[in-house]
Design a protein. Sequence first.
Length: 240
Amino acid sequence: MQTKTPTPHIGAKYGDIAETVIMAGDPLRVKFMAERFLENPVLFNNVRGMLGYTGTYQGKRVSVMGHGMGIPSISIYSYELFHFYGVNTIIRVGSAGSIKSDLHVGDLAIAMGACTDSNYADQYELPGTYAPIADFPLLRKAVESCERLGYRYQVGNVLSSDFFYSDNAHNDKWMNMGVMAIEMEIAALYMNAARAGKRALGICTISDHLITGEATTAEERQTTFTNMMEVAFSLLEFDI
């Protein structure tokens, strides 16, 4: 493990960041998590406004940090956390658009696997198609937490897309293969974790439905998606 810190994108020293990091795309969502869930949060990063805090949750040390939008952004931050800061586990909490008829706004989508239209895996020069998957113990514990807390959830495949706006969306084709929701980061997170021998899980709240037109506001996405956050923090009870 390399420990040359601070890195180009994270202004923390080695040791400032906990071994488990809960990440969100929006830095303001990270600030919300720090204020709502952490005891004695300390700001460890504000480079490019990508906020990161370390504190404790029910006596367990944990960090929260932003990762920005899209595979290039999360790939940089998760790589530096895994390789330079001794982070062992990253849990992404974010929003996703449903393409499954019975997965509704406010439901949780726990990503067992992540398809992608990105070329991110090309760097590994694999002799075939790679299937990025979650860490199973984390996934199983997240499901147990959802059951205990009574939250609506589904487990399955998501699409980590490089496109938010596209001239040629193919949602119907992904639907035909059982993909339940579309987001923009989890595939790269899972690949980085696999390559580093670390653990990762993606938990998304359905913010809109790409078939029915159901939607939430930006303010609701920033401050009210607390169910997935509670599930993520509950995993600390299992000494991950």
